[in-house]
Design a protein around this ligand. Structure first.
Ligand SMILES: Cc1cc2nc3c(=O)[nH]c(=O)nc-3n(C[C@H](O)[C@H](O)[C@H](O)COP(=O)(O)OP(=O)(O)OC[C@H]3O[C@@H](n4cnc5c(N)ncnc54)[C@H](O)[C@@H]3O)c2cc1C
Length: 361
């Protein structure tokens, strides 16, 4: 009989499997002398019939690999059909992958938290990183409570000082950025999607897969339905972002029509969300979402520090009537003009299919 008494996530019929998979220890007390490596919660989802990694995961794995001198562990939950994702996780830097087999393939917070906590007790990671997605935000505090570990939620940056993580997040209502170090292990953090760039994948990189059976809990989630009409700005590749300088209500409709034509998503500044023309779920910034699109087109956004805290765009185009607006200095291209008028003319050019009407290069 093993140390766990037959109650861990690897147990079947009340008995622990005698042979522990590679990377696992028979030590159940989180031990500061031993804790090493970083565990990443590799969230997955199903779209168009196939399983995918949440877009936040590659960046998290890449950052974990950068921060630790130990192993990078990852845990995924789901059915056997997740196998095609193994290769991608290894290519981003995962060394040991724990696949919690969940044949029902429905996210269920309690068993996921139980299994993650069991895994931490055996693997003893120095840190456990989760994406600050709705799933990560729900399951992380449950895991932390089971481990009696500290959790820094909604981080916008993490760095390492040896095995100690320096985790930065907005605090005191967002008025300051606090850098927090946990006093115990594992050091847990949820990190906003889009915070870290995707690492360059290393083709053919190998790792170890450990497959475990997920134990159920008394409760089960039968079905998860997405709310229709919501778009996640943090996943968008092109964003049309509206700020206080957009004065006409019909410009919001124009932005959505442009977005539909060019495959973009509409986001906004807090001033625009506070005005009620767009929901706060589309707000970019310190108290909103972190976005990392290839192109961010800011219409009438000043570029406040709080707004730019959420902008990790490859390229920025700013439309602002004030040449000295801070957004213009962060932008690759600045169009000095009226936001409503530029939106109108952009839509007209696209709808009329004018050659060269809109040049975003
Ligand atoms: C704790 C805290 C957290 C915050 N979190 C966030 C956050 O997450 N996201 C966020 O966005 N803000 C946040 N803010 C608010 C932030 O400080 C700014 O107030 C906000 O970003 C301003 O939004 P804006 O740039 O759209 O509006 P404004 O500051 O009003 O700027 C409007 C811009 O539009 C230009 N303009 C005006 N008229 C026109 C026109 N006709 N055509 C073109 N340009 C025009 C102006 O020159 C100006 O640059 C936070 C503030 C605090 C204190």
């Amino acid at each position: 009989m093993s140390d766990c008494g037959g109650s861990c996530s690897t147990c079947t019929d009340g008995e622990c499997r005698d042979r522990l998979p590679p990377g696992m220890l028979r030590v159940y007390d989180l031990d500061q002398e031993v804790a090493d490596g970083i565990l990443v919660y590799a969230e997955v989802y199903k779209a168009d019939g196939s399983w995918r990694l949440h877009p936040a995961v590659p960046g998290l794995v890449g950052k974990a690999a950068e921060l630790t001198t130990g192993r990078v562990f990852a845990v995924i939950f789901g059915p056997a059909e997740l196998k095609p994702l193994y290769e991608a996780l290894f290519s981003y830097g995962v060394d040991t992958l724990y696949h919690m087999r969940d044949p029902k393939a429905v996210y269920s917070p309690e068993p996921y938290a139980d299994a993650s906590a069991d895994l931490c007790r055996r693997v003893l990671p120095a840190a456990f990183l989760l994406p600050a997605t709705p799933q990560g935000r729900e399951v992380a505090p449950m895991i932390a409570a089971r481990l009696d570990a500290g959790l820094t939620a909604d981080c916008t940056s993490i760095e390492a000082d040896g095995r100690t993580l320096m985790m930065t997040r907005p605090a005191l209502g967002g008025n300051i950025s606090a850098t927090i170090a946990a006093s115990g292990f594992p050091q847990m953090a949820t990190i906003r999607p889009g915070t870290f760039p995707d690492p360059v994948p290393e083709a053919g990189r190998k790792g170890t897969v450990v497959s475990l059976v997920l134990r159920g809990s008394g409760r089960e989630v039968r079905e998860v339905r997405a709310v229709e009409g919501t778009e996640d700005v943090s996943e968008a590749k092109v964003l049309i972002s509206l700020g206080n300088g957009v004065r006409r209500r019909e410009s919001v409709d124009a932005a959505f029509r442009i977005a539909a034509l060019i495959g973009a998503t509409v986001s906004c500044s807090r001033a625009m969300a506070d005005r009620g023309w767009l929901p706060h779920s589309r707000q970019v910034g310190q108290s909103g979402k972190t976005v990392s699109p290839d192109l961010y087109i800011a219409f009438g956004i000043s570029g406040s520090v709080q707004h730019m805290a959420g902008v990790r765009a490859k390229r920025i185009v700013s439309v602002n009537r004030d040449p000295d607006a801070p957004m213009n200095s962060s932008a690759d291209k600045a169009i000095i003009g009226d936001a409503d008028a530029v939106l109108r003319s952009m839509l007209r050019s696209l709808e009329e299919g004018l050659d060269g009407g809109v040049d975003l290069s």
